[in-house]
Unconditional design. Structure first.
Length: 261
């Protein structure tokens, strides 16, 4: 049998007569050999030798060579493609919305003129510093950078761009959680002053929150889509109010109105 395989392997493609001649055996013995061998497969009016791999190990290594195409994909396009990919993955709706919010509010505004392949470590450092200057909390900055790193790695791993920007977002110290903020009398006066001047529609909503002591969602009316729209507007505008009050590290729901509760 070993002799048959050696000759078949050397010939690659052969006829029954070839094996009979080279192995000096009769035709019936050759036919039996063809039927029993895993390495001999029919190929039209001939036969061919096929190498089989013995899997003695419990695992094997598959080598994959990914050619980098150095695409001109922009950061905006990459973010859009990333969201499409992850929307079909096993992530919660809440996580997907958080990704979309971070991308639209932080990553795209800063990198909208960049190609993804042009983003370098210095740009990441500048991006981080820019968020600090805009009073973004350390916890939020960490989440933004971690997501952007995930987006960059996604397109590095599939060969769209080269690995010219490789970094990790590593926590070196505990980031304190946001505290519940109790407004002072002065802050409360300033709060209503700002809302009355620039966001008058917020006045009635905040007053109802104070009086009824109920979650925002129970105060708003309309369809679910309308509620989502007004909630996004409230969060956006109230954040600007908090900037003036220097309370950007606190969520809207964290604010407490001590003089009225």
């Amino acid at each position: 049998m070993d002799k048959f395989l050696k000759i078949a392997k050397r010939l690659k493609t052969f006829t029954l007569e070839d094996i009979v001649m080279f192995c000096e055996i009769n035709a019936e013995t050759a036919r039996k050999f063809f039927r029993e061998s895993e390495n001999i497969k029919p190929c039209g009016d001939k036969f061919e030798y096929v190498e089989t791999i013995k899997k003695d190990n419990k695992f094997e290594i598959e080598y994959q060579v990914i050619e980098c195409i150095n695409s001109d994909i922009t950061v905006v396009e990459a973010c859009s493609e990333f969201l499409k990919i992850y929307k079909n993955k096993n992530i919660t709706e809440r996580t997907f919305k958080e990704y979309r919010t971070i991308i639209s509010s932080q990553i795209i505004p800063y990198f909208k003129c960049y190609k993804l392949c042009d983003v370098k470590i210095n740009d990441i450092q500048d991006f981080r510093q820019n968020m600090k200057l805009n009073n973004i909390s350390e916890r939020r900055i960490k989440n933004v950078l971690a997501l952007f790193n995930q987006i960059i790695k996604c397109f590095q791993d599939n060969g769209t761009i080269g690995r010219t920007c490789v970094f990790k977002v590593k926590r070196v110290a505990d980031i304190p959680k946001r505290q519940i903020q109790i407004l002072t009398q002065e802050q409360l006066v300033q709060l209503f002053k700002i809302m009355k001047k620039r966001y008058p529609y917020l006045l009635s909503i905040v007053q109802k929150l104070i009086t009824l002591k109920q979650p925002l969602n129970t105060i708003l009316t309309g369809s679910e889509q309308e509620k989502k729209h007004i909630k996004r507007k409230i969060r956006k505008d109230f954040y600007k109010v908090k900037q003036e009050l220097e309370l950007t590290n606190y969520m809207f729901d964290d604010l407490r109105f001590s003089n009225f509760v």
